[in-house]
Design a protein around this ligand. Sequence first.
Ligand SMILES: Nc1ncnc2c1ncn2[C@@H]1O[C@H](COP(=O)(O)OP(=O)(O)OP(=O)(O)O)[C@@H](O)[C@H]1O
Length: 566
Amino acid sequence: MGNLLPFIKLYRRYPGAMALGVLLSITTLLASLGLLALSGWFITSTAIAGLTLATAQSFNFFTPGAGVRGFSIGRTASRYFERLVSHDATFKLLAWLRGWFFARLAPVPLHRLKQFRKGDLLNRLVADVDALDQLYLRMFSPILAAVVTIVMLALGLSWFSTTLGLSVVLMMGGWLLLLPPLFYALGRHSSKAKGISQQQLRQAALDYLQGMAELQIVGTEPVFRQQLDDRERQLHQHQARLSKLEGLGSALLTFAAGSSAVWMLYLAAGEYQAEVISGPVMVMSVFAVLAGFEALMPVPGAFQFLGFTAQAAGQLKEVIDQPPMVYGKQAPEVKGLVEFKNVNFSYDELQVLDQVTLTIPAGQHVALVGKTGCGKSTLAGLLTRYNDCDSGQVLVDGVPVPDFTEQALYQALAVIPQKTHVLSATLRDNLKLADHSASDERLLEVIQTTGLNQLAAARSNKVSSNKVNSNEAILDLWLGQGGIMLSGGEQRRLAIARTMLKQADILIMDEASEGLDRFSEQLLLNRILEAYQHKTVIMITHKQSMLDKMDAVYRLDAGCLSVVAG
Ligand SMILES: Nc1ncnc2c1ncn2[C@@H]1O[C@H](COP(=O)(O)OP(=O)(O)OP(=O)(O)O)[C@@H](O)[C@H]1O
């Protein structure tokens, strides 16, 4: 429950709209109450008035009749506006909450976010934020409205008889105190389990869909399908339990309303006999109690799902409590001197780097070699602050990388990562990621240099013979979801093209030529080294053929660095 506290505070964001929503909810309940109470009074009064001709003629039918219509129209109008205002306020709050959550998520270092799976993070951003609407729509607003309705009803009946007024407080107040803890206790386990099941099902469905091709090839698709079905069945079981609980809530409230009405009839009849109230008021009291219980109807559901909401809030809190990456204030003009000084780094128990010391003078091209998994990417990742070292220092031009501002650090660095991220967008958009201000001419030049024009030519049906149109067609080429339309080699070309556009001061190439044929590899490597001729280049590679172009070669082995050449 403590998980909900930080989010409850955020509800102060739209106080006006939220208060208006509650007010309209109260108005609706009071109009319902007025409608039923007045109807009870009116029916009884007309029945009594009809007993003699004189009373029948003198009875004023019109004012109470108008009152009944007024309450009826008022209830409908107020219900409509209540839905409009409260849902609008909730949606605005959810939209803002999503932005707020994302703003807290963005500065969390990538290596920390890696502990959450992609589907899981998406689930938190969408479903868990959505679950927070329960707090206002299903809890605050109805509970507040119920309290006000009980108070108003009690005051109204006290006007006629204090006994009746106090009885309402005891009967309805008692149920209002009993229902929340009861239904929270009854629903806590299932609603929490439902949240977890839903999340697991989404994750499993995502894994299943993403890996379907491989699962089919290895013949394990039915096993995964079965696991998915099991999860779905589990979710249905929790949902069924919650539906039964909802039914129990309705039954309990119907019983509460009925028994309270009978009790009220008994008390009101006593007051009538004692001539404290009239016959119509006696009937009105019973109808008013019946109508008053409408205010308690949402209470069991609200508390039954509280476990689910608390679980969602906990999931969000887990992400936003991650310490953000802290950047410094320095933004020096970078020349490209890179230094690793006595660097140690471990992933939990696994020590990857042990007292690594390396100086790369500005403008030097160095290669980093070593067995698979020896820590080459990890070392490069300390420069980009993918991770921070456990001890020692990583410096650029003598300034420790944590002291750089975020903008200055990433302006100085260009990376060709092992996996290229391709946006589901056009080639132009994918290239402009590296330099937003690049002109189409510049983009086409880089496309030519990296051989990406061959990719466009291969889809020649889209390329017109007209030169202007053909250039447009290349740039507007749609690359598909996650670069699905690009081969591994084409994705490498795209990554290389981006670094050519960026022209940073330090370039890190992590297996940059993976997926390229020998000829393209040599060609592209020459071009990129030419483009970064006077810049610092750190090339991580397994390929011997690339090493003779480097000024120095270092080998990483068992966490230690040694010079191979240079
Ligand atoms: N996020 C992580 N959490 C835990 N261990 C990790 C993580 N990333 C890498 N490792 C482990 O750290 C070691 C070094 O990984 P790294 O990716 O730096 O190696 P590498 O030399 O670049 O390998 P490759 O040549 O295959 O790219 C490996 O044993 C790897 O399993």
